[in-house]
Each structure stands twice: as C-alpha cells, then as structure tokens.
Design a protein around this ligand. Sequence first.
Ligand code: GRF
Length: 197
Amino acid sequence: LSVVVLISGTGSNLRALLDAAAEPGFPARVIAVGADREADGFAHAEAYGIPTFLVPWREFDSREQWGAQLDAQLSVWNPDLVVLSGLMRLLPVSLVDRWSPRIINTHPAYLPEFPGAHGVRDALAAGVDRTGASVIVVDNGVDTGPILAQERIPVLPEDDEHTLHDRIKPVERRLLIDVVQRIATGDLDLAAAAPAT
Ligand code: GRF
C-alpha cells in the first residue's frame, strides 16, 4: 500500500509510521511527505530518504487554490492512501471529495468529543477525567468522518496540555499504524467504512 502523509508540525506521528513502515513485512510504505508550511517533521522523511513537497498556505489566495495545488501534488504520487497526521489545515471540499474515503486523519480526542484544532486543550477545559485518540476517514466536516479506531486515555488532575498530549500521541500512533496495516492487508475496507454519500 503506497501512502502519502501530510503534516504541519513536528511529525512525531509521521516518525512512528515511518519507523513501522521500515520494518520488513510491514505492508505499507510512505512514498512522500507533504506539508502546508516548512514543517520540522520533514526531517523524519529526509532521514528515510523519502521525498517531501511543500504547498505553502501563505502563497495562495484561497483554500481552493491551495487545495488545487495540493491535489496536483498528491496526483503526482497517486498514493493508495493519504494520511493526515498533524496537518493543521482544513482541506477544500473538492480535494476531500476526490480522495475520500482513501484519506484518513488522526485526532487527539475521543471523537465525536472535542473535534477541531484544539482537542487536547478543549478536553482539559471541559474538566473531563478521560479523553482519547481517534483515527477517522476525512469527510467534509471538521473531524466528523467515520471512526476507524479510537481508544480512551485518562486525564490526570495535574495534566496540562503538554503532558496530556504527550500521553495521547503514543496511543494515536499505535492506532494509526494499526489502521494503516489493516487497510493494507484488506482487513479494513475503507469503502465499507465510509459509504459514498
Ligand atoms: C497530533 O496529535 C495530531 O493528531 C494533532 O496534532 C498533533 C500533531 O503532532 N492534529 P505531530 O506533528 O505528529 O507531532
């Protein structure tokens, strides 16, 4: 299974996927890594000799034009699966419609709880004693797509956003790697998980 990963930041989840994909027998390989800004996570791709591409948000006049360029880049690689892992940007409808359901996203909360860009902060603010991590199919909502995997994670009284996110990310990575593996082996059928609307 060929995979393109899109990031915006440190790419720690990307790093974990690259490490897993480097294991002999892992049924998926990351063929390129893209970002909407100069992402620190590019270093992980470069360490594995994997091509990176940049579609800088700030160089475009609209989400649609940015998305069209991103779509053009994705089409060059023509992956079997697109993984958003820390891409902090909503994709335009046209791109999601073209790639869904072969486009999945990781989220640091127990969806549908706490969707959006601040899931960890929102869980803390809500004072809940547990949150979670989720892997979903990307649809045209904000973290509203079909849930492929999720797991509960405790919130500790002394948690701040950093300590909680650091407890969530390892779970997120494990779920992501497992989902990618199950898609690659055919155990998980995205078309069945996300019926065309
Ligand atoms: C991840 O928790 C991701 O789900 C969220 O932002 C974080 C990105 O972390 N959207 P990293 O860039 O993979 O380290």
